[in-house]
Design a protein around this ligand. Structure first.
Ligand code: ADP
Ligand code: MG
Length: 304
C-alpha cells in the first residue's frame, strides 16, 4: 500500500577489502501511511544505511523490506527504478546534492518531474503547488532564483520540494536541518508537518531533538537495530525478533553489558529485571531464589 514501510530482520553489509561491516543487523520496523518518523541514534548506528535501503538505492543482504507495493529484496532493477521515480522522494544529506545549480527553484522542481513522467506518472502537481507546500511560494521572487541565491533554510526546503515533485507516498530525508539556524530549522519542521498533513509519510534521520519532537513517532537505531521507540513523550524499549531488548541508557548504567539479570514477570503485568552478579553474590545464584533476595533495579513497563 502507498506510503507504508515494512521491514523484517533487515540486514545490510558493506563489503570492504578484507572485512565486512554489518551496518544493519536485523531491523524490524513498520510505518503506516500518514505517520512522520524520526530516526535517531548515535553516529554510525545505521540510520543513513536504512534510509538508503528504503530509498531503493542499495539492496538488503537478508531479511524483508517492503516500501509501498515494492518488495526491495525481490524487485528487478526496473521495478526499483520505478519505485524511486514514483513511490519515494529522497533528500540526501546536504541540500545542494539534491539540486541542479544552474536551474531556478521552479525549474528544479519541473526537472524532477521528468523521471516520474517517463515512468508513466500522470496528474503531477504544478511545481508552484509543490513549492507552496514547503512554504516557498510566498517568498517573493524565489521561484526564479537559483539554489545559490537562496538562504540555507530555503535551499533545504527547495530540496524537499524537489523530492516531493512526483507526489511520492513516502518522503525520506537525511539530516534536513543540519547546519541551519533555529529559525530556518523551525521552517523546515513546519514544512515537514505540512507534508505529513498532505498525506505523505515522512521519515527523517535527525540528531536534532526539536525535529524529532515535531514527528509523530521517534525510533532510535542502535548498533544496526531498532533500539527503542518514543511517541507522545513516552519512551519504550522494543523487544526484537530474537527476544533481545536494547536497554535505555539510564537503565544500562545500572545494568552494564555482561550483567546477569533475572527476569521476573509479575502478577500486575510489569516485569522485574534483577541484577544477579554470581561472583559477588553466590547466594543469589540459585534459580529458586525469590526475586526479593536480589536487588531490584528496574521495573520494565510492559509494552502491550
Ligand atoms: P549513521 O547514518 O547512523 O551515522 P551509517 O548508516 O552511515 O550510520 O553507517 C552504519 C555503519 O556502516 C557504520 O559502521 C559505518 O562506518 C558503516 N558504513 C557506512 N557507509 C559505509 C560505506 N560506504 N562503506 C563502508 N562502511 C560504511
Ligand atoms: Mg548518517
Amino acid at each position: 500500500m502507498n506510503g507504508t514501510v515494512s521491514c523484517r530482520g533487515l540486514v545490510y553489509i558493506y563489503r570492504l577489502e578484507g572485512y565486512d561491516v554489518v551496518a544493519l543487523g536485523g531491523v524490524d520496523l513498520d510505518i503506516a501511511p500518514g505517520e512522520s518518523v524520526a530516526l535517531l541514534g548515535p553516529s554510525g548506528s545505521g540510520k543513513s544505511t536504512l534510509l538508503s535501503l528504503l530509498a531503493g538505492l542499495i539492496r538488503p543482504a537478508a531479511g524483508r523490506a517492503g516500501v509501498g507495493d515494492t518488495d526491495l529484496a525481490k524487485a528487478s532493477e526496473a521495478e526499483l527504478a520505478k519505485m524511486r521515480a514514483t513511490e519515494v522522494g529522497v533528500v540526501l544529506q546536504g541540500a545542494e546534492r539534491n539540486l541542479l545549480p544552474y536551474l531556478t527553484a521552479e525549474q528544479n522542481v519541473r526537472f524532477a518531474q521528468r523521471a516520474a513522467r517517463s515512468h508513466g506518472a500522470v496528474d503531477l502537481p504544478a511545481p508552484r503547488d509543490v513549492l507552496a507546500l514547503v512554504g516557498l511560494l510566498g517568498v517573493r521572487g524565489r521561484l526564479r532564483q537559483r539554489p545559490s541565491e537562496l538562504a540555507p533554510g530555503e535551499r533545504q526546503r527547495l530540496a524537499l520540494a524537489v523530492a516531493l515533485a512526483h507526489k511520492p507516498g513516502i518522503l525520506l530525508a537525511d539530516e534536513p536541518t543540519s547546519q541551519l539556524d533555529s529559525r530556518a530549522r523551525d521552517e523546515v519542521i513546519a514544512a515537514l508537518e505540512g507534508v505529513r498533513r498532505s498525506g505523505t509519510t515522512v521519515v527523517v534521520v535527525t540528531h536534532d531533538p526539536a525535529v524529532a519532537a515535531g514527528m509523530t513517532r521517534q525510533v532510535t537505531i542502535r548498533d544496526g537495530r531498532v533500539g527503542g521507540e518514543g511517541s507522545q513523550g513516552e519512551e519504550f524499549a522494543v523487544v526484537g525478533r530474537d527476544g533481545a531488548v536494547h536497554l535505555p541508557p539510564d537503565v544500562l548504567a545500572l545494568l552494564p553489558p555482561g550483567t546477569r539479570v533475572r527476569v521476573h514477570p509479575r502478577p500486575d503485568g510489569t516485569v522485574l529485571l534483577a541484577a544477579a552478579t554470581a561472583a559477588a553474590r553466590p547466594e543469589y545464584d540459585h534459580p529458586d531464589d525469590h526475586p526479593r533476595h536480589a536487588q531490584p533495579t528496574h521495573y520494565a513497563r510492559e509494552v502491550a
